[in-house]
Write a protein that binds this ligand. Structure first.
Ligand code: ADP
Ligand code: NI
Length: 205
């Protein structure tokens, strides 16, 4: 099977699986990460096939994804085998999707350039206008409120900006992603300013 067919078959399978994911991991998240990752890979001279495959598969084993959708790493390996992806490539892709989760916080040296790119693309989708939309969507899906100015409740969407979103710019691996992150980060800051101004508070957080 050639690379294009492999990508097409796996895309079909994964997009169908994610059709009804509601926690910000719908198939359009996968689609955006995939396109962003491919465009970064082209600029950074990385292996586009590995990047594209890993991007399509990157959320399949994430704990936050609904159990009915989530696969374990052996099932992903089986999927790649069925598509006749060579062992070398399979291992590269599996290593990437196993290591890019933010929570595992793996050291940059352990990631291949392809892994760094998929991680960058995933993190870029968590900031900027789309990142903000995903944050409120995720918060809604968990029953969290948008903001609590009395800080009695830390489970509000605005808190997530400080817990994660505003930190992501500094965590970008590639120069291409750092550049894209600049604008998206500024947008987060402007958004917060506007949010607080409408709320009628000058104190941040
Ligand atoms: P990713 O697909 O980037 O790995 P996550 O699984 O960490 O993202 O989360 C999915 C989306 O939900 C992201 O946009 C993330 O910023 C957002 N999110 C994660 N945790 C929270 C939270 N506690 N409150 C609001 N948004 C969250
Ligand atoms: Ni993701």
């Amino acid at each position: 099977m050639n690379s294009e067919d492999i990508i097409e078959n796996i895309t079909k399978y994964v997009y169908k699986l994610f059709e009804h994911e509601e926690s910000g991991h719908d198939k359009w998240h996968i689609d955006r990460v995939r396109k962003l990752a491919v465009s970064i890979a082209e600029k950074e001279n990385a292996n586009v096939f590995i990047v594209e495959l890993a991007a399509i598969l990157h959320d399949l084993i994430d704990e936050k994804v609904k159990e009915t959708i989530r696969l374990d790493i052996l099932e992903v390996e089986k999927l790649l085998k069925m598509q006749r992806v060579h062992k070398d490539d399979r291992d590269k892709v599996l290593k990437i999707i196993d290591s890019i989760s933010f929570r595992k916080n793996i050291s940059q040296n352990e990631l291949s350039i392809e892994g760094k790119i998929v991680q960058d693309a995933d993190r870029l989708d968590a900031i900027g206008a789309i990142g903000i939309a995903r944050t409120f969507s995720f918060a809604g899906s968990r029953g969290h409120i948008i903001y609590d100015p009395e800080k009695k409740n830390n489970h509000h969407a605005i808190q997530h900006f400080y817990d994660k979103l505003l930190k992501l710019k500094e965590l970008m691996n590639t120069e291409t992603a750092k550049y894209i992150a600049e604008e998206r980060h500024l947008f987060l800051e402007h958004y917060l300013q506007q949010f607080y101004s409408e709320w009628g508070t000058t104190t941040e957080k």
